[in-house]
Design a protein around this ligand. Structure first.
Ligand SMILES: [Zn+2]
Length: 325
């Protein structure tokens, strides 16, 4: 999709501390419905750095929706309905490593799922019965988008750690010290509560996903730092949220016109169910995801073949050379 077209290509999901995006022009609100219900709030559409973007506040206006209650499927599906190809996520995280300090930024390249009450797929269940897909998730973050975000961070003179594993916990409580120490032994780098469902659903929707993880605290494992509190998180966030907005603007100017990453065709080999067995209602509901690969309307009935009036040539079963013998 060409830059500057009216097609919305970039979705921005703002987390704690980032509830709006500055500098948007031609602003309008979009209140979508999806087969999975309504997203966290209205999507704010507009133009930023020459790109059509859609901004969504992950926790809703006024931060009213807890991590376990976010309708992740509706959020990602609504962005897909708009034609979004890239999702830039902004998230507050705790650091699980001494050298990743509050105020710095991590661009994770791996996730570890410790959630228990999230629905992480569009396929199956009461909304989309009769279809199974297994997308690859070995590399859960778009490599191109991650590189672009890391470069944008460096231009903002902020310390950025490229790569790292984000452990996603259910919450809403912060970890116990025991949990925090165990996560550190597992070798994770940052901790948060929201990114895994988003990344999995974005992959199923063939949308590139990467997150700007803003480090706000040392969770509760650190001996000399106070345990994480909401107050400390918000204080660090307010200092960094302007920086995040600038990183987004810089990243937008460098997005390629065409995607060349595997995310773009993640579903191509992932659908296991043959097309003729997928119920028509499922095909129609998931048309924004599946229309590239399967029809969303019933096949036209076969026309009855009438016998041809012209005499049919009989197939020569024996090669001519042999027949002449
Ligand atoms: Zn990608």
């Amino acid at each position: 999709m060409k830059k500057g077209s009216m097609h919305t290509t970039v979705g921005i999901i703002g987390g704690s501390g980032l509830y709006e995006i500055d500098g948007l022009s031609n602003i309008r609100e979009y209140h979508p419905t999806t087969p999975y219900g309504r997203p966290s709030g209205p999507l704010v559409l507009g133009t930023l750095e020459g790109m059509q973007v859609a901004f969504l506040s992950r926790h809703g206006q006024g931060h009213r929706i807890a991590p376990s209650d976010i309708n992740y499927r509706a959020n990602i599906f609504a962005l897909k309905q708009l034609g979004v190809e890239w999702i830039l996520s902004v998230s507050a995280v705790g650091s699980m490593r001494e050298d990743i300090q509050p105020g710095q930024i991590v661009i994770p390249d791996q996730f570890f799922d410790q959630t228990r009450h999230r629905i992480n797929t569009f396929f199956g269940g009461p909304v989309a019965p009769g279809v199974v897909a297994h997308v690859g998730f070995a590399d859960p973050v778009c490599p191109d988008l991650a590189r672009l975000l890391a470069d944008a961070c460096r231009q903002q003179d902020v310390v950025v750690h490229r790569g790292g594993t984000y452990v996603c916990i259910e919450g809403p409580q912060f970890s116990s010290k025991g949990e925090s120490r165990i996560y550190r032994q597992w070798g994770v780098d940052v901790i948060g509560m929201t990114n895994v469902p988003e990344a999995k659903l974005a992959r199923e929707a063939e949308i590139c996903y990467s997150t700007i993880a803003m480090v706000t605290d040392y969770d509760c494992w650190h001996e000399t730092h106070e345990s994480v509190t909401v107050e400390a998180i918000l204080e660090t966030l307010h200092r960094n949220v302007e920086c995040a907005k600038q990183i987004i603007r810089t990243a937008l100017t460098s997005l390629p016109i065409e995607r060349n990453c595997p995310c773009e065709s993640a579903l191509k080999m992932a659908l296991v169910t043959p097309q003729h067995l997928i119920p028509l209602t499922t095909r129609r509901r998931l048309a924004p995801l599946l229309a590239r690969y399967i029809e969303s309307s019933p096949p036209r009935p076969n026309r009855v073949k009438r016998p041809s009036k012209r005499p049919q040539r009989r197939l020569a079963l024996v090669p001519k050379s042999q027949g002449r013998k």
